[in-house]
Design a protein around this ligand. Structure first.
Ligand code: ADP
Ligand code: GLC
Length: 486
């Protein structure tokens, strides 16, 4: 199949969260399965400091507010040459410090930025006589490409027969913009209706992906069900219910070339399920790096965007009680300034127990996955979640809320089932501080039972969430998309 993928981030070029991990790995795996995949991204300034080399390839003209605008197209490859990259260069929009914003604030012209990106991809990726079979767009930033395919490019031979799959990584981020920006999209006003792009008097770009795509998926089966309810749908549950026959769940894989304790270049010592002595070294090194006393004590790790989604409020709430026990906590996060202040304040109060790093620091994220005994992820909702999967592989027992992908990937410990248990972690349902705290108490009790704990670690490390399986599920979806009636 000939697949064109569009997204706003992908490792190693640009990353704010799990979307980048997925988009950096999935196309490479699809190429390994024999498909012809291209990946289109904006060309951010930060790409210059990565290992990816881009070269100026061409320029394209796009219609822009009644005029034409020239944008650059640079090319490179991903996955050792397996996946051609197409990067849209327009420095006034993308040569900035952030990807979506700076200092906790979104850029005010994000609609313009991602309109330009999607429109330029539609122009730059035409291969005369060879329309892609599949246009696969991820999240609201790429959703307009689907809308364009089904409207402005409907009769363009360069796109004849192309079907669209739209992947929802997080329905909490929809790209709402004032109606005054609608003209910039270049779409006719006949598309600005409640059935299409209008949403309570605003433009909703994610909704464009949901209503125009031939098929939809999200990144776990549980989240696919959850987003059809008012609790999780962020106002789009009605739209999703009308498309439920076209909505699927594909659990993310993880890239074991990047997240593997036996080969991870970021770790001071490497280890595997067969020999965990290196993990103990990693723990001591992490304690020293984070200026915590180096001693034998349960070490809890947290690596997260600091956002309400991630249940950071629950963590902040229980920390004083949790730190009353003999434990240490290492937290790495960036995001909401109010959570940053709260965490910094707590670490000042408990300097020997809580170490906080407020940054986006990829190597440290690896060292926390390796050095911690438990990994905390009490998300209020979680489309898939990757950190719990990394934790499993690193023998770091996850404590999660039973929602979305967390429910689909962590088998919860049940105190009454000891031998023969399939448990790989701990989970709780109600997003309340007391419930999280009592789950942590249970986990810490089990931690003292060395055999039980070893079983949890070993089972976790043996789980297989490699991309191969997930990529095959995407191929199935592409095939289905080609077969559905339009
Ligand atoms: P989400 O995409 O919702 O943030 P995921 O669990 O899917 O959640 O993916 C998060 C990814 O971002 C993981 O690769 C994680 O290691 C990384 N990450 C999150 N916060 C940080 C941080 N402060 N520093 C380094 N990596 C981070
Ligand atoms: C989103 C979700 C996260 C998911 C990631 C990759 O950022 O919040 O749960 O793992 O996308 O699909």
């Amino acid at each position: 199949m000939n697949i064109l993928m569009l997204a706003s981030e992908a490792v190693p070029l640009a990353k704010t969260g799990g979307l980048a991990d997925v988009v950096g790995a999935l196309p490479v795996e699809l190429a390994r399965l024999g498909h012809d995949v291209r990946l289109a991204l904006p060309r951010y300034a930060g790409i210059e400091s990565t290992s990816v080399k881009l070269t100026q390839a061409s320029k394209v003209q796009i219609p822009w507010r009644g005029d034409r605008l020239e944008v650059g197209v640079e090319t490179g490859t991903l996955g050792g040459g397996a996946v051609p990259l197409i990067c849209i260069r327009y420095d006034p929009f993308f040569a900035r410090q952030g990807i979506y914003g700076e200092g906790g604030r979104d850029y005010p012209d994000n609609l313009d930025r991602f309109v330009l990106f999607c429109r330029a991809v539609m122009e730059a990726c035409k291969q005369p006589g060879r329309p892609p079979d599949i246009l696969h767009a991820h999240d609201w930033q790429a959703a307009l490409a689907v809308a364009y395919l089904k409207t402005l490019y409907r009769n363009d031979p360069a796109w004849a027969g192309t079907r669209a799959l739209f992947t929802i990584h997080n329905i909490g981020y929809q790209g709402h913009f004032p109606v005054s920006t609608y003209d910039t999209t270049g779409l006719p006003w006949s598309e600005y209706t409640p059935e299409r792009l209008e949403y309570y008097g605003q433009v909703n770009l994610l909704k464009g992906g949901l209503v125009y795509a031939d098929l939809l998926n999200t990144v776990s089966p549980t989240y696919a069900r959850e987003i059809q309810t008012a609790e999780f749908g962020y106002g789009l549950e009605g739209v999703l219910q009308t498309r439920k026959d076209r909505l699927f769940g594909v659990t993310n894989g993880i890239d074991y070339n990047v997240w593997n304790p036996a080969t991870d270049p970021h770790l001071p010592v490497r280890y595997s399920a067969g020999d965990l002595s290196g993990k103990r070294e990693c723990k001591r090194a992490l304690q020293a790096e984070m200026k915590l006393p180096v001693r034998d004590v349960p070490l809890v790790g947290l690596v997260s965007r600091l956002a309400f989604q991630k249940g950071i409020d629950l963590i902040v709430d229980i920390l004083p009680k949790l730190l009353g026990l003999d434990v240490q906590v290492v937290a790495l996060g960036s995001g909401d300034p109010s959570y940053q202040t709260l965490l910094a304040g707590l670490s000042a109060r408990y300097p020997d127990k809580l170490a906080v790093r407020l940054a986006f620091d990829e190597p440290l994220a690896h060292r926390i996955e390796a050095g911690a005994d438990l990994f905390l992820m009490p998300s209020r909702y979680e489309p898939c979640g990757l950190n719990q999967l990394y934790s499993l592989r690193y023998g770091t027992v996850p404590v999660v809320r039973k929602t979305g992908g967390l429910a689909d990937t962590v088998v919860p410990y049940a105190p009454d089932v000891r031998s023969g248990s399939a448990a790989t972690g701990f989970s709780f349902e109600k997003p309340e501080p007391e419930v999280l705290l009592s789950t942590m108490f249970l986990a810490l009790r089990v931690y003292r039972d060395k055999d039980e704990w070893a079983g949890l670690m070993q089972r976790g490390m043996q789980q297989d969430f490699s991309w191969q399986r997930s990529a095959k599920q995407y191929v199935d979806l592409y095939e289905r998309a080609l077969a559905v009636e339009v």
